[in-house]
Design a protein around this ligand. Structure first.
Ligand SMILES: [Cu+2]
Length: 414
């Protein structure tokens, strides 16, 4: 695990009021905004392997409020001329992760905040508009705040300045648009521990996550996937069967894109979920540090689930919102007129019955008792993970990180 120590941290200040430019909307009712998350100076390859760990310094306003995000795509460009900074030019967006600090993470819970967007160097777009389901989005509401962090890597001998940005597509007043909220589920070969696993040269090896048992029903609208160089395939398994199989494309020995999965099927109560990452470092070399050691590998799937109405937690209009407010207000007025004080009681009970049930539900003992097992390596080649198995025994989804928001990738804490 490569949790870095403070001297290695090269944190830089987030520029909260960086530029924002409106782009062409894809859907009639949606808007797109590109938000820059500041300039970062990335050291040369000879300093810390060219790695820069960065994070936001404080919670930020979301890209929109009372809205549903339908599109997210990260980008990296050289400051000044705006050229794309990518593997071909020696700059890597190793990864960037965004969390909503107002919500608990669906998989890891506890102090872990909801990881709702991530991107690796492949920089694929999360686009719920591709789903047949239609009207799905990640909702931002009053009180939501965003933090982010990540790693950038410079393969060159000169330090460079780059700009991280995200293009957000969103629909305002989504309830009035009839949209429904997705819940992100972060499935990781590292479970709720570090996302990083050791690599090996010239081997076939696999890592699988701990199992998560779903206690809700719904549909998987979209799955974003992430592997490192050497990766052959990432699969999301439901009861052992793949519902999403993502085979990366390589350009110049590096992963240049990862296919994402759209409409990956149903979620039923009691289904067992895992993510599995297959690596083939005979065919594709893993990345190497300056000292010749291998960079760790990852295997992550971020599944966005539209929970079915009968679960009563993800249906629209549940948490808050103007449309719902009017319905409640109308109900209250009628109730007050007819029953006076009884109306107040009814109103109070209704409030308790809505969205907070999900938020408080996690606190119920045993909710994740079926989250079994450690992340397990299934090496077909060498006994790859060796001593790591020991650590993995504790590395279950249910393990919670106290007192901090953890970002994957061993890049420390927000
Ligand atoms: Cu990664």
């Amino acid at each position: 695990m490569l949790l870095f120590t403070p001297p290695l941290l090269l944190l830089v200040t987030f520029l909260a009021t960086a530029s924002a430019a409106t782009l062409t909307p894809r859907h009639d009712s949606s808007s797109r905004t590109k938000i820059s998350y500041g300039n970062y100076t990335v050291p040369s390859r000879s300093h810390h392997n060219g790695m820069l760990h960065f994070r936001s310094e404080a919670p930020l306003a979301p890209p929109c409020t009372n809205c549903a995000v339908t599109f997210m795509q990260a980008a990296l460009a050289y400051t000044g001329d705006g050229r794309t900074a990518d593997a071909a030019t020696g700059m890597w967006m190793h990864h960037v992760v965004f969390v909503n600090t107002a919500r608990e993470d669906s998989v890891c819970g506890g102090e872990e905040k909801e990881r709702f967007f991530a991107s690796g160097n492949e920089r694929g777009a999360i686009d719920f508009g591709e789903s047949e389901v239609g009207g799905a989005g990640y909702f931002f509401e009053d009180g939501d705040e965003v933090m982010f962090g990540g790693e950038l890597m410079n393969m060159g001998e000169e330090e460079v300045e780059v700009e991280v940005s995200v293009t957000w597509g969103f629909v305002q007043e989504p309830e009035e648009e009839g949209m429904r909220r997705v819940t992100p589920y972060w499935l990781d070969i590292g479970g709720c521990g570090s996302s990083e696993k050791p690599a090996a040269n010239e081997s076939y090896f696999s890592y699988a996550s701990p199992t998560m048992t779903s206690d809700f029903a719904g549909k998987i609208v979209f799955i974003g996937t992430h592997l490192h160089d050497g990766g052959e395939k990432l699969e999301v398994l439901r009861n052992g069967q793949a519902v999403c199989s993502s085979v990366p494309e390589y350009t110049s020995e590096h992963i240049s894109s990862m296919p994402f999965c759209v409409d990956a099927g149903d979620v039923r109560k009691g289904d067992e979920w895992r993510v599995k990452a297959d690596y083939d470092t005979y065919s594709y070399a893993p990345m190497v540090n300056e000292d010749g050691s291998l960079e760790p590998v990852m295997g992550i799937a971020l599944a966005y689930v539209l929970k079915s109405d009968d679960d009563d937690v993800s249906a629209p209009h549940k948490r808050k919102g103007r449309g719902n407010g009017w319905v409640i207000a109308f109900f209250i007025l009628i109730a007050l007129a007819v029953m006076g004080g009884v109306g107040y009681v009814l109103w109070n009970r209704r409030r308790v019955a809505v969205w907070p049930r999900w938020a408080s539900g996690r606190a119920r003992e045993g909710r994740y008792s079926s989250l079994d097992g450690p992340g397990r390596a299934e090496g077909e080649g060498e006994g790859l993970v060796g001593g790591e198995e020991e650590e993995d025994e504790e590395n279950v989804w249910a393990r919670q990180t106290r007192g901090s928001v953890r970002l994957p990738g061993g890049n420390g804490r927000l």
